[in-house]
Write a protein that binds this ligand. Structure first.
Ligand code: PRX
Length: 636
């Protein structure tokens, strides 16, 4: 990889051109350097987007944890791998060295084997941001088991559906979790979920909060008890490059969440390569990504990418507002963080608070700032640049997705000149294209269209667990021979990309991907509800918030509207989680529909955004009269 630690723009273009001219040689060269393969590949790439089928480094054999752990023992045994900062600043931090992490992962892996986990088994992990989360992920990978991490803010119903979708046979959870001043009873949520998960044979519980929990006999076990008998060396199970490493669920515009399947060799190569280049990580740097490992950002850029590079990666259990709004900056100062990677929604929330919170801390260690998950607005970008970066640190606005596995479009710090709100240029090896509504590629600059990728890259998801057809329909059917991202983008005069947002019914709220369909399904379960439609509207902290238009079965019901609003949001919290709650609920007498019965969300979006100047053509509606009524009663 040393060849591709890009240092200036000219070098970027040289490497980029090479990567497009001969992608297979490009990736082969990267894969050959630094990684530990137990057997080299027979073929770099096999692909056919029509099927679709993508295989990288076929025939190669490896274990990703040997690359993230064992490989560093000779030179970095005593270097901190994970720097764990607890929720409460009074609690002692943990500096886990590579040697210790190797031992703890091995021990955990032996324990999983003792508990009956074998190569290929799916293990659900539902843990807060504590070291055991990273350790259990790596322990699964150590023995070739497939981890399926579910963000510990999801409800029991959401957890159960993810467990059942991929037939997990074990879950790893904790007694509880800390978030700021709150303690959350995670174990109770798991107990409720497991009532509906017949496939789960064992529930391993990590002790974190000391909450009183009920341990069900022959199902629930304390991790610390089981670990007591496990050895701290564990041979790595050697897997094929294309064996699955993990499943991670993401929302779709329709139907249930999609279990994106990532495989081992390509994912390792790409996350390591992108981490190194996008963050320009150097040996003694302290890198911090504030995401939760329950999302792809945490998988790729807290765990695998940093550890594959022998980096020190900070893991923070808490929230940016506890004990006060200076917590992020206090941590940056305390550990002399060099790379700081966060979400625009966090920046917007912190920018609302007094500047003292940031200014009283010494942030001079910082070299690179990053954002991910949603478009960053100009105001937030400038606040980040002025007050955190002191106009001295490049900001990498990184565009990518759960499905892409790694960062796709991003500036390379100190090489690519940045412009606020632009993710700028594709990483070498990534070939984006913009498409028009007729399925033609839009060439040239100063154009706008739908963002697609024309050529495979190593960390792309290979399928949706148990539903390859949906994988094809969602990503490969919109445009011939292209991966369709679901996003729109503009390409400016110099070829920089600016992501304009989703073009489907996925709404990004505080950087979280939410499909409208599951939320509508939850609402429609309420006995008083006839029909509902959810749209996003601009929100100054969350980026987007949710606006629900709901038709009731009996208009008389409208008398108890406030209670209904509460009940509906409670249903959403129970079915999905609090992140999917609606900010606004408008009860209507009908929803605007086409003659074929499809809800015209375009109109509802405009009303929710208070942008009713040009409503477009409403004459094709089945019930045009309802539009005026909705406008008159809009909550804007
Ligand atoms: O719409 C894009 C937005 O987030 C979507 C992917 O969400 P998810 O799979 O949850 O992954 C988030 C973390 C990688 C994309 O389709 N998105 C992500 N990054 C950016 C972005 N939109 C604009 N700018 C970004 N930098």
């Amino acid at each position: 990889m040393s060849n591709y630690h890009i240092k200036h723009l000219e070098e970027y273009w040289q490497v980029y051109r090479k990567s497009v001219r001969n992608p297979e040689d490009f990736w082969e060269e990267i894969a050959e350097e630094h990684f530990l393969w137990r057997k080299k590949w027979d073929k770099v790439l096999t692909w056919d987007f029509k099927k679709p089928e993508v295989k990288w480094f076929e025939g190669a054999k490896l274990n990703i944890t040997e690359n993230c752990l064992d490989r560093h023992l000779a030179t970095r045994a005593d270097k901190t791998a994970i720097l764990f900062e607890p929720n409460d600043p009074g609690e002692k931090a943990q500096h886990i060295t590579y040697k210790e992490l190797h031992a703890r992962v091995s021990q955990f892996a032996n324990m999983l084997k003792d508990q009956g986990i074998q190569q290929g088994d799916r293990v659900c992990i539902y843990l807060p941001m504590i070291p055991e989360l990273a350790i259990s992920i790596l322990a699964c990978a150590r023995i070739g088991a497939v981890h399926s991490v579910v963000f510990a803010g999801f409800s029991a119903t959401a957890l159960a559906s993810r467990i059942n979708d991929c037939d997990c046979k074990m879950i790893i959870c904790s007694d509880g979790s800390y978030r700021g001043t709150k303690t959350i009873d995670l174990k109770n949520i798991v107990d409720e979920a497991l009532d509906n998960c017949a496939g789960i044979k064992k529930n391993l519980v990590v002790k974190r909060t000391g909450n009183q929990v009920n341990m069900r006999k022959d199902r629930d076990y304390w991790v610390e008890d089981l670990l007591a008998n496990a050895a701290t060396t564990c041979p790595a199970t050697i897997v094929d490059a294309e064996d699955p490493l993990f499943i991670l669920y993401t929302s779709g515009s329709t139907g249930k969440p999609k279990g994106m399947v990532h495989t081992t060799g390509g994912y390792m190569v790409y996350t390591a390569y992108s981490f190194k280049n996008v963050f320009q990580y150097k040996e003694n740097d302290v890198y911090w990504c504030t995401a939760d490992i329950g999302w792809i950002t945490g998988h790729s850029y807290i765990v695998y990418g940093p550890l594959a590079n022998g980096a020190t990666t900070v893991m923070f259990e808490g929230v940016p507002s506890y004990p006060d709004y200076g917590r992020f900056w206090e941590i940056v100062e305390k550990y002399k963080v060099t790379q700081f990677y966060t979400a625009p929604t966090a920046i917007r929330a912190l920018a609302k608070e007094h500047l003292d919170f940031v200014e009283k801390h010494d942030l001079s260690s910082l070299k690179v700032l990053g954002t991910v998950g949603e478009p960053i607005n100009e105001e937030a970008w400038h606040w980040y640049n002025d007050h955190v970066g002191k106009k001295n640190n490049p900001i990498v606005d990184t565009w990518w997705q759960t499905e892409t596995g790694g960062i796709m479009i991003s500036p390379i710090p100190y090489s690519t000149p940045t412009i606020p709100t632009f993710a700028t240029l594709p990483l070498p090896g990534i070939q984006p294209a913009l498409m028009d509504e007729h399925g033609q590629e839009i060439k040239g600059n100063q154009v706008e269209g739908r963002l697609t990728i024309k050529f495979p890259w190593p960390s792309m998801a290979r399928t949706i667990y148990g539903n390859h057809e949906r994988y094809r329909d969602t990503y490969f059917s919109a445009y011939d021979n292209m991966y369709f991202t679901g996003d729109g983008a503009r390409r400016d005069a110099v070829g920089y990309y600016r992501i304009t947002g989703r073009v489907d019914d996925v709404i990004i709220v505080s950087g979280h991907n939410l499909g409208t369909a599951p939320i509508e399904d939850a609402i429609n379960e309420h006995p008083a509800v006839a029909e509902s439609a959810i749209v996003g509207f601009p929100h100054d902290i969350k980026g987007n918030a949710l606006y629900g238009y709901i038709t009731l079965k009996e208009t008389g019901e409208s008398r108890r509207q406030d209670n209904l609003r509460k009940e509906i949001n409670q249903l959403i919290t129970d079915r999905i989680g609090p992140i999917a709650k609606l900010d606004k609920i408008q009860f209507t007498n009908g929803l605007p529909k086409t003659r074929s019965g499809k809800i015209m969300r375009r109109i509802l979006r405009k009303i929710a955004s208070n942008d009713t100047g040009n409503m477009g053509d409403t004459s094709t509606l089945l019930n045009p009269e309802v539009v005026q009524e909705i406008m008159d009663n809009a909550l804007v």
